[in-house]
Ligand binder design. Structure first.
Ligand code: MEZ
Length: 614
């Protein structure tokens, strides 16, 4: 029977937000507060988002624990952590607005840990000069989601759960809706809307060892790419230094950086505190190079420098990798993380309750008495959809992006805790940007029946074939090649091997088959997400091949070290008439005052010699 697009269910909103993690929820709250009809679609159930994996806290220069902190120091830390590749304006907006977003979240019901004086407590994290992470034990992301959800539900936002977006619909150049399907029934649905906000997170599921759960297949990145948006900085994939390595079924599960922030140390199989051997020149001035000084810092000496375990994530992950490669790893291929010998059991259970239970239940390890085994795990994409800093609109009119799927704030490496403040700051700005855009439209965009029908056909062909490739097998092969060839350390030969593998997998994907009907069919869901995974992986690999240097989370064995000329370029990927186009694009010059602050000596910033007028 011929398909008829008019028979497909249609839902109308002014703005449709795709993704119900922190960024999506914060964006939706803003649109709804601005009196727009706002819908949120989420692939899984509400509350199940990668946001909860930001366990240790959200970074905001509130100065509650160390009054020397302010937005300029936070901005400087973020730029240095990102190896100066961050979008300057985004780093400025983030550092200035994060404290207000934390206070607002508290007004909406988030129950933060407190200091003795009753202020929101802040803990130490890698790359942050002062204790800066507002937290709720080690469940901060969860509390953030809970507070936003409560607030959003009472605001009248429409939530459409277990609904997967397949493609962005367009009227000419601009956005007009989204084609999606209900995971339970397999029925298609067209959302007609004037603006779409992508808040779909990253694509960690392209790697074998990852902290991401099944939802993170790069859908928003792939849909935006197909819609013609530019992607930026995709070569920078963050390996969080500490994921569980044992037992195999939970390999990659996150172990919060809060363990190190609260005093935990890393040791190799010889019992050596090895991070002292990996302090890079550029962080030497602010890193303790003796155990004695690191211990004074732990005891609260404000003049002592931070311990090397609190170097930025890229540095720590590479160091762990090097120890394991040198044969000094733990029995299951990681290193040891020790908090037991550093803090009393009561402190550990109070500040790190999830870690305590996680290790007890999953690995039968009591972290108040024994060391954990940990190793790097793919955690986060620094790159994503290129957006305007103030409005969060992509290069496609009406298409916005925020949170992990948007690019720019973190540059080459993200500081821990900057993700939760990122999604609050830029979620709100995306909401405002979308609301302004919608109000400025002179006509309502229309959806095209042909585009809808083509999308439906592409999806249902997978069910109709008599035989074909198993999508689970394809996903396994994809993870193998990304883990082996586009991992923590890469080189030209490996990346080219990945690209050859991806091309072959892409061919196989054209004949994927999911047996059964569209109802309750996990094999079909898997096949549909393979397209996003393949596009996202290819973008990462092509960008990684183009950047011929090592910077932040992108380490090229064949191009060791940062190369000065590369700080002037972003790698941009977009869809061209002949396929994927990759461009090395010159960055705009930084605003002089921001540049002065980012490169200032900390004493000059603190004394007001630099940045006093900012
Ligand atoms: O921002 C993060 O990724 C985060 C806070 C993670 C963690 O280690 O807790």
């Amino acid at each position: 029977m011929a398909l008829d697009a008019s028979e497909i269910q249609t839902i109308e909103h002014d703005v449709l937000v795709i993704g119900a993690g922190g960024a999506g929820l914060r964006a939706a709250i803003e649109c709804s507060a601005q009196q727009l009809s706002t819908g949120v679609i989420s692939k899984s159930l509400l509350g199940k988002a990668h946001t909860v994996m930001a366990e240790g806290g959200m970074a905001a220069a509130m100065g509650n624990v160390d009054s020397r902190d302010n937005w300029k120091v936070h901005f400087r830390d973020t730029m240095r952590g990102g190896k100066f590749l961050n979008v300057w304006r985004m780093a400025e907006l983030h550092a200035k607005q994060a404290p207000d977003r934390v206070r607002e979240l508290e007004e909406w019901g988030a129950v933060f840990d407190r200091t003795k004086d009753g202020l929101i407590s802040q803990r130490n994290f890698g790359g942050h000069r002062y204790p800066r992470l507002a937290h709720v034990g080690d469940r901060t992301g969860l509390e953030l989601i809970r507070s936003l959800q409560d607030h959003g539900v009472h605001q009248g936002i429409s939530f459409h759960m277990e609904c997967t977006a397949l493609e962005v619909l367009k009227d000419g150049d601009r956005v007009s809706g989204v084609l999606a399907y209900w995971r339970e029934t397999g029925r298609f649905v067209v959302f007609r809307c004037k603006a779409v906000i992508m808040a779909t997170g990253g694509g960690g599921k392209a790697w074998k060892v990852t902290s991401n759960s099944w939802e993170y297949t790069g859908d928003g990145i792939a849909m935006a790419y197909d819609a013609g948006a530019e992607l930026m900085d995709m070569e920078f994939t963050q390996f969080h230094p500490t994921g569980m390595v044992w037992p195999p079924s939970v390999r990659g599960t996150l172990v919060t950086e809060g363990v190190r922030g609260d005093g935990g140390i890393l040791k190799n199989s010889k019992g050596e505190r090895f991070m002292f051997g990996y302090i890079p020149e550029k962080f030497a001035a602010e890193t303790a190079d003796t155990v004695e000084e690191a211990e004074r810092w732990l005891d609260g000496d404000k003049n002592a420098r931070r311990p090397p375990e609190l170097l930025t994530r890229d540095e720590v992950a590479r160091s762990i990798n090097a120890e394991v490669k040198a044969g000094r790893g733990s029995p299951h291929g990681g290193v040891f993380l020790d908090i037991a010998s550093r803090r009393p059991a009561e402190f550990i259970r109070r500040k790190l309750p999830s870690m305590y239970h996680q290790f007890k239940e999953l690995a039968e390890v009591d972290i108040t008495t024994d060391m954990m085994e940990v190793g790097p795990t793919l955690h986060y994409f620094m790159g994503g959809i290129r957006v305007d800093a103030d409005t969060q609109m992509s290069t496609v009119p009406g298409l916005f992006a925020c949170g992990e799927c948007g690019a720019g704030l973190h540059g080459a490496n993200r500081l821990g805790g900057n993700s939760l403040s990122d999604l609050l700051v830029f979620g709100k700005l995306a909401g405002t940007g979308a609301a302004d855009y919608v109000r400025g439209l002179s006509s309502t965009p229309t959806t095209s029946h042909d585009q809808i029908l083509a999308g439906v056909r592409r999806a249902t062909d997978i069910l109709k074939r008599d035989t074909g490739t198993n999508p689970y097998v394809l996903h396994d092969k994809l993870q193998e090649t990304m883990q082996a060839n586009v991992g923590i350390i890469r080189d030209k030969e490996e990346i080219e091997k990945a690209l050859v593998d991806l091309a072959a997998l892409g061919k196989e994907a054209e004949t994927m088959k999911a047996p059964g009907t569209s109802q309750y069919n996990p094999g079909w869901h898997e096949a549909l997400s393979m397209r996003s995974l393949l596009v996202t992986s290819e973008v990462v690999a092509r960008a990684a091949l183009m950047r011929e240097e090592s910077r932040g989370a992108h380490t090229r064995n064949d191009f060791p070290g940062e190369r000065e000329e590369w700080v002037q370029y972003n790698v941009i990927v977009k869809k061209g008439p002949g396929g994927m186009e990759v461009e090395k694009r010159k960055r705009p010059d930084p605003p002089p005052l921001l540049k002065e602050i980012a490169y200032a000596k900390i004493e000059d910033l603190e004394s007001g010699k630099v940045g006093a007028d900012a």
